[in-house]
Design a protein around this ligand. Structure first.
Ligand SMILES: [Zn+2]
Length: 143
């Protein structure tokens, strides 16, 4: 299991199709994951796998390795999902949605006695469904 949803799988597959524009891949530092990529139009880009960056900046913007990085991933036979931003992982999404929204009870609802149909606790509403607000105890003195 790679932990990605179908849409992300499709996006990665689409980017793999474009990596033909990369003509040459050279490794500068295996330790730092630093590579240069020469495109078919002779433009040279620097890709740092460890930092998830590429000179074109698209990797940082989307969180998905662009075809420049994918050319390296394919050549070096690396696991592409190690280079996808954590936010795309199903586990992360599940975690986010589990944490955010919890049901809450209303605290100021009136409790109505079923037998007498009178409010016995909480705030009573007036005929227009507005809360009845008690007059302030500290009324200002006139003058
Ligand atoms: Zn790039």
């Amino acid at each position: 299991m790679n932990g990605m949803g179908e849409r992300i799988e499709q996006k990665i597959a689409d980017k793999y199709k474009k990596m033909g524009c990369v003509a040459v891949v050279e490794c500068y530092s295996m330790l730092l994951g630093e590579y240069s990529v020469v495109l078919a139009n002779s433009q040279k880009l620097v890709v740092k796998l460890g930092n998830h960056t590429c000179t074109c900046r698209k990797w940082k913007m989307t969180g998905l390795p662009y075809h420049h990085a994918l050319a390296i991933v394919a050549k070096a036979n690396l696991w592409v999902y190690n280079f996808v931003c954590r936010m795309y992982k199903v586990d992360t999404k599940r975690h986010i949605y589990n944490l955010v929204v919890h049901p809450m009870e209303t605290q100021d609802m009136a409790t109505v006695d079923d037998r007498t149909i009178r409010v016995v606790e909480g705030n009573e509403l007036d005929d227009n469904n507005n809360h009845y607000i008690s007059p302030s105890c500290n009324e200002r003195q006139s003058g």
